[in-house]
Every structure is written in structure tokens, then in C-alpha cells.
Ligand binder design. Structure first.
Ligand SMILES: [Zn+2]
Length: 145
């Protein structure tokens, strides 16, 4: 059983003068609806305006949807190596490949043949004794002389 408000009932309402929610006493009803209220703070009477219903919890509704960002496939090092290999491969002459020897020195872009990784191309010389070599499916650091 819901008790209906009636004149004399104190309710919370937004006071137009206080500009805030205050206790009000109902002074006039229209049917079952509150018509006029008197502010208990400033004693001004004004038309009753129901309080706004509490805001919905900050749901996804309020948040503007982000434009779908095309997901850029992250290029992993292996893929990058394969692509680089594919681009360079036509220029490689396996006959000129030098069998890999860790005592040797290598120049940039020198072709070498590694017993495990196969044909590779020197992409960087890293002093004092390493070379970065691009093989068909990976870049590897190798010892050199
Ligand atoms: Zn007031």
C-alpha cells in the first residue's frame, strides 16, 4: 500500500528560488498529482516539478562509440624477415654465397651459406665480431671474425 502524498506532506523537490533540492510541504494537489509546494527553507511556493529520475549509470549508451579502428596487423619480426627476404631474393646469386665461417669477416650485403639456416644476406655488420644476417625466415646474429 503506497501512501499517497497529500497537502501537508513533506517531500523533496527542487526549489526554484533556492535552486537546489529542498524539503517542501505540499500545499495543493491536483488529483493524485502534487501541484504546488512550499519550500521549507525560503517559504516560497511554486509549482511542483518532479525530481529528475537518477541518471542511468554511465553506461556504454552515453559513451560515444569509437570509430572502429582498422586493426593493423602487427608485423612480427619473422614476417618482416620473410618479406624482406622475398624482396631481396631475386637478386641473390646462391653461387656467390660464401660458406659461413665464424672466423671470416663479412661485408654488408654479402651472401653467405649457413649449414643450418641456409642462404643468408648480411644486413648489418656489428663490431667487433657480429653480423646480422637475414635468412629466408628469420634474421639472426652470427659471430664473425
Ligand atoms: Zn526555497
Amino acid at each position: 500500500m503506497k501512501r499517497l502524498p497529500s497537502a501537508g506532506t513533506v517531500i523533496e523537490a527542487k526549489c526554484t528560488r533556492c535552486r537546489t533540492v529542498m524539503n517542501h510541504t505540499i500545499v495543493a494537489m491536483v488529483g493524485e498529482k502534487i501541484a504546488r509546494v512550499e519550500c521549507n527553507a525560503c517559504h516560497g511556493t511554486h509549482n511542483y516539478r518532479p525530481l529528475k529520475p537518477p541518471k542511468e549509470p554511465a553506461a556504454a549508451k552515453a559513451a560515444p562509440k569509437k570509430a572502429p579502428v582498422p586493426r593493423k596487423a602487427k608485423v612480427d619480426p619473422e614476417t618482416a624477415a620473410r618479406e624482406e627476404w622475398a624482396a631481396l631474393q631475386p637478386d641473390m646469386d646462391p653461387d656467390k654465397a660464401i660458406p659461413y665461417d665464424m672466423e671470416r669477416k663479412y661485408r654488408m650485403n654479402a651472401l653467405l651459406l649457413h649449414p643450418l639456416f641456409g642462404l643468408g644476406i648480411v644486413k648489418a655488420v656489428l663490431p667487433p665480431n657480429k653480423v646480422s644476417v637475414l635468412f629466408s625466415d628469420a634474421k639472426k646474429l652470427l659471430r664473425c671474425g
